[in-house]
Ligand binder design. Structure first.
Ligand code: EPZ
Length: 439
């Protein structure tokens, strides 16, 4: 992970210029998982001393989490895909709005801070482009464990002498809620059980790390997790699992461009639902020694998707499959059941000529292969920006994507990796040229 030397304003002006029509061929190395790195770096707070993370993705969100820990008093050392976090001098327990508003996963410091220091003041994350995304289940769980929770001026304050084990039942699976409460329970007195827990691979990864630190977590990866609290946890070194959403994104890119791509350092078992759906479109997916090989086989078939909690089809792959569906012959139906506003990419795809009808949480994509036209489009959120890159790879002429800082939050040098596979893509800094059709 290389520290960013450019200012945020400069980064915010970056654009992507993509000329469509190239097949992707060759090999790409998948980076460490963003949605594992964020809870893991927060979990550093649970142990006294220096924890070292390896295979850290170079992402905006990971840099924000590291910055947040620095604000709390941790000493941070960044290297090439390495992050060292020394918590010996944590002396502040407040996650400020200016950081939390840029990355809602900042709320993952809540559980560790209350568990280790008995106090935390974390800004409520507020809404985001894809939905309201409340944290009520996080807070109810901490209350059940004995924390006193109060809300004032947009901040959550949590206090507890020592958290105690509790029986927690979620009304629906929550990834962040499961992670926050697993971390809190690791240092609580007694046993905590979490029912209807999230089952994502990132939850299992967090349990592996907590147990490596000396915790007693059982059942991660199932809907029933049990944690026996301990007095203290010790710092460790750990290499972060590969990013299954980056994996899925490159799989779709290979299928859409009729390409032949080997994805290195990825785990087939973390992508079963995506692989099944991709094979349904006619793409060929096979496990190879380095990871996965994906071949596009010409005509793409339609695909019907309903996003679900893991192991169902991931909501984080919904936008990418919508781009693919525009290249299939016929109607595909995509239902977004997790977030209430995760179709922001639809209007941008429509600007490229896609025919998509949205009714509430259901989108019908009238696929017409080879009919997308390059133009200037705007990224609105992380996975929507990935969708636009994929659409641009197969569009006629040139596409300019504005606000690619959304992309940088969750993809490590996407344009470098795509270019190495043969895509005609470049990142351009500075404001859009007046000549572009960016009006
Ligand atoms: C995590 O977000 C991921 N982020 C998201 O990835 C992912 O889309 C999401 O899980 C679902 O898989 C990280 O891991 C950092 P949730 P999280 O709590 O934890 C509702 C990406 O693109 N809910 O599982 O915030 C919530 O509104 C990002 O990488 C409550 O109502 O998601 C949503 O509708 C986007 N109350 C649903 O549950 C709560 O207290 C699932 O949310 C918590 C959640």
């Amino acid at each position: 992970m290389v520290a960013n030397t450019r200012t945020n304003l400069e980064l915010n002006m970056d654009r992507m210029i993509i000329r469509g029509g190239n097949r992707l061929e060759g090999a790409v190395t998948i980076s460490g998982a963003k949605n594992a790195a964020l809870p893991l770096v927060a979990a550093s707070l649970l142990a006294q001393g220096e924890t070292t993370w390896h295979n850290v993705p170079g992402l905006g969100d990971v840099r924000t989490m590291a910055k947040l820990l620095e604000v709390l008093g941790a000493k941070i050392e960044e290297g090439d895909r390495v992050l060292k976090v020394d918590t010996s001098n944590i002396d502040t327990f407040e996650a400020p709005y200016r950081l939390v508003k840029t990355m809602r996963a900042s709320v993952l410091v809540l559980g560790p801070l209350v568990a280790r220091y008995g106090r935390a003041r974390v800004s409520l994350p507020g809404g985001c482009a894809i939905g309201a995304r409340p944290i009520d289940m996080h807070l109810r769980g901490l209350e059940a464990m004995g924390a006193e929770i109060s809300l004032d001026k947009g901040y959550v304050t949590a206090r507890a002498n020592r958290l105690r084990g509790a029986k927690i039942v979620f009304r629906q699976p929550t990834v962040g809620g499961t992670e926050n409460l697993m971390m809190a329970a690791a240092l609580a007195e007694g046993r905590t059980t979490i029912e209807n827990a999230a089952r994502e691979p990132e939850i299992e990864e967090l349990a592996r790390v907590l147990n490596k630190m000396g915790a007693n977590v059982e059942g991660a990866g199932t809907a029933y997790i049990s944690i026996e609290g301990v007095q203290e946890l010790h710092p460790i070194e750990h290499a972060i699992i590969p990013d299954r959403i980056e994996t899925g994104t490159f799989m779709v890119a290979a299928a859409m461009t009729g390409g032949d791509v080997v994805l290195e350092n990825c785990l087939l078992e973390h992508n079963s639902a995506v692989v099944t759906k991709l094979e349904g479109t006619g793409a060929k997916v096979e496990a190879v020694e380095q990871g996965l090989r994906v071949q596009g086989t010409g005509q793409l078939h339609t695909v019907d998707i309903t996003t679900q909690p893991y192991p169902g089809f991931p909501t984080d792959m919904q936008a990418q499959f919508m781009a693919l569906a525009t290249q299939a012959v016929g109607d595909s139906v995509i239902t977004e059941s997790i977030f209430e506003n995760r179709f922001m990419h639809v209007s941008e795809l429509a600007r490229m000529g896609a025919q998509i009808v949205v009714n509430g949480r259901v989108a019908v994509i009238r696929g017409r292969p080879g009919t997308l036209q390059g133009t200037t489009v705007m990224a609105t959120d992380l996975r929507a920006s990935a969708c636009l890159v994929l659409a641009a790879l197969v569009a006629e002429n040139t596409t300019e994507i504005l606000r690619v800082y959304h992309l940088d939050r969750g993809y490590d040098q996407l344009e470098v990796k795509m270019r190495r596979l043969g895509a005609d893509i470049e990142r351009v800094s500075g404001p859009p040229f007046p000549t572009t059709n960016a009006e």
